[in-house]
Design a protein around this ligand. Sequence first.
Ligand code: AMP
Ligand code: GLY
Length: 812
Amino acid sequence: MDQISSTITPIDRPEKRLKREHNSASSSDMADLRILLIGNGGREHALAWKLSQSPRVESIFAVPGNGGTATCPKTSNVTSVSAEDFPGLVQFAQSNGINLVVPGPEAPLVDGVEGFFKKAGIPCFGPSKEAARLEGSKTYSKDFMKKYNVPTAAYENFSDYEKAVAYIDAVDHDVVIKATGLAAGKGVILPTTKDEAKEALKQIMVDKAFGDAGSEVVIEELLLGDELSVLTFCDGYTIKSLPLAQDHKRIFDGDQGPNTGGMGCYAPTNITTKELTEQIDREILEPTIAGMRREKQPFRGVLFTGLMITSAGPKVLEYNVRFGDPETQTVLPLLSADTDLAEIMLACAEGYLDNCNLTIENKFSATVVLAAGGYPGSYAKGTPMKVDSPPANSTIFHAGTKLEGDQLKTSGGRVIAINSVGDSLRAAVDASYAALSNKVIDFEGMFYRKDIAHRAFRSVEKTSMTYAQAGVDIKAGNDFVDKIKKAVASTKRAGADAEIGGFGGEVDLSQCGYPDAPILVGAIDGVGTKLMIAQSLKKHDTVGIDLVAMNVNDLVVQGAEPLMFLDYYGCSKLDLSTAADFVEGVATGCRQAGCALVGGETAEMPGMYQADDYDAAGCAVGTVTKSSRLPRLDAMTEGDVLLGLGSAGVHSNGFSLVRRIVQSAGLSYTDPAPWDTSKSVGVSLLTPTRIYVKTLLPSLSQIKGLAHITGGGLIENVPRMLPDSLAAEITYGSWTIPAVFQWLKKTGNVAPVEMCRTFNSGIGMVIAVDAASAASVAKALADAGEQVFEIGKLVKREGGEGCVIKNLEAWN
Ligand code: AMP
Ligand code: GLY
C-alpha cells in the first residue's frame, strides 16, 4: 500500500470507512461505493443488477456496458474511455471517485489491469496479472495443477509437432488437443481418431489455425462425465463458492452443433450433493488457493473452475479468473436479498471475506440465452428489439444489445437472456420458457435452445436407478460364471464334482479315504462396498460380522453346521486399531454362528489400495451328513410353503446402488437417516447382516430347502434351491418391507422388480417346507427370535422363471 500517495482523494481509500461500516447496522446512509465495471456482456449486466441492490453502492459506471446496464438502477454506461485503455481507466476512476473496480472479462485481468489500479491505490476485484495466468496460459495452469496435486486430465505440453504426433501414437487413451494461448474458447479440439488428432495438430502447430496461440499445445486425456462449473469468491485465503451450475455450450438442442459462449445454464445441478461439494472444496478449491499462495500469487477475485465429474471423482477441465457467462446470470439470482455482492467483492480485494455474509437461497435457477440468427457464425447486428417487463421471479439480462435513443437494438451474437428462479428446477425452467412463449422478448431472427437443463431432467424423469447403472452388472457376473466353468471342472477329484453355481462347495470325505466321514462344505465371500461406508464413518467393528454372516448363511443353506472360519484383510498401510476393530467384528460374527475363528491373513501392500481403504474376504468351513444335505430336491413338491425370515436391513448386498441413492439425495453418512431418525444414515446402513445359523440348525431336518438372499435379491436367489420343475410364487405384501427399502425405492425411483433383484427387501432367508410342517417350523423359528412370514408357495414351473412375485406392481 506504500504506493498510495497524497494525490489520491479520500474517496479512493475505502479501508477506513470499511472498518467502521462493518460494525454499523444501518444501511440508510451507507451508499459510499462508486464502482467501475469493465465489460459489456450478460455477465456484466448481471453483476450491475446485483451490485445495484447493495445499499453501499452509490453508482456504477459500465465501460462500455450494453443496453441492459444503460437502464439498470444506479448504473450509467461510459463511452469516453475504452475498456482496453488501462491508464485511461485509472484516470477515469480517479476523476470520478471510483473506489471499487470490477473487471468482467478475462482479457483485462490477463493483461494486468489489476496492477494499474493497485498502483493507484484503488481496490480492484480480480487477480493480479501473474495469478491470472491460471486462465491465461494452459501450460501454467496444468503445471500448477500437477505441482499441487489438483486432479485433472493427464496431459503433456508440446511445442514440437513431431513429438506431439509421437505422443498421440504412444498413448492409449482418447485425447483432447488445446492451443495454449487464449483462443476465445475455440482452442479446444476433441478428435475421435488418432488420424483426426494428428490432423488437428498439423492445423494448430504447422498451419497456425489459431495464430501464435498454437505454437504450444497441450494434449490432454479425454475426460468423461458430467461437466459442471463452480464460481468461488476468494480473498487469497478464504473461499466461498456459489452453487454448482451447468452450462450448455453447443448451439443446438441435444448438445449438437458448434460450441458457443453458452446458450443456457441452470443451478444447482441435480448431481450436487453435500459430499460432492465438500469433495470439490477439499480436493480442488482449497489446494488451488493454497497453491497460489505458495506461488506467492494469492488469488483474489472470483475463480471459475470448470469440472468434469468423472467416475474417479471431480477433475478440473480449466480455470477461469473471472465470472462465467451464463453462469453469473444463473447463480447471482440465487443469492439471498441481504447478500451484498459489493461488500463481498471489496472483501475479496481487501482480504476479509471470512467476515462476509454469503447466503444462497434454497431454490433453483434457469437461464435461457437468445441468440441472433446465424450465431455462432455470422449474424445481423442492429436488429430492433422489443423487451417487455418479465414476470415476477424472472429477470432479463442483456448481452449483445445497445440502446440507440429509446430503441433497443441487437449488437452481438448472444443477445439477451431470461433467468427464472423457482422452488424446483422444473418450475424455474418452465417459467423462463413460459415468458419466452409469451413473447416478453422479440426480435427478428432470434432463436434459443428449447432444452435447457435436459440432462437434469433426463436422469430425474426417465431413468430410475438400477444396480447395473450403479456399476454392478449381475448378468456379467453370471456370464463370468459360465466362462470359468470349464477351468473349475478340470479340478474335479474323488469326492468333489467341482461344479459351480451353488451357495458353497463340497467335498465328500467318505470318498476321499475317510470312511463314514461327513461332507465338508466351504463358502467364501467378501463384504463388498458396504466397506466403503465403514471406511467413510471410520466405524470398523461391524463389517466383520457381515463377513462371517455372508459365509455361514451360505453354509447353513446346504444343511451344514459351520465349524471354522478364516479371514483375509488387505490394505496399503496397516492401521492397528482399524484392523483390530475389524477382527473383533469377525470374532463377534463367529460367536453368533458358533464357529471358531481358526486363522486369517493380514496383508499390507503399499500402494495397492487408496489411502486408508481395506478389503476383506472370509471363508467358512462346516460339515453335513449325506442324509441331511440341503436342498432336498426330490422331496420338494407343488404346494410346499415358503417361509421368509426377516432381514436386519440391507445386509451386505446392493451397496453400490445404496451409495448412489444416498449421494443423489444429497445426504452424508453422518446425517440422520430419513428412514430412522434415531440413527445416522451410515450407522443405520452398517447394521450387520443377520446370522441365521443358530436359529435354523435345530429345524433343518424339517426343512426341504433354504435360500440365503444375497446379491440378486429374492428373484435370483430363491430359484437356487429349487429343481427345474418348480418355481417359487411369492406374494408381494405378505411380509413387512422395512422403512430403509421404502426410502431407497422412492428416493432412487427404483422399479419394484429391480428392488427384488438387488436387495433382500426385508427377507434375508427363504425356507421351503412341507405345508404340513409349515406352522411348527414357523413357530420354532419365531420362538428362537426370528421374524417369520409365510410369503408364498412352490408351483409348477411354467416358463423359465424360477421365482415370480405376484402383485409386485402394487409396490409404489
Ligand atoms: P476448455 O477451453 O479447456 O475449457 O475446453 C472447452 C470444452 O472442451 C470444455 O468445456 C469441455 O466440454 C471440453 N473439454 C476440454 N478438455 C476436456 C477433456 N480433457 N476431456 C473432455 N472434455 C474436455
Ligand atoms: N460459460 C463458460 C465461460 O464463461 O467460460
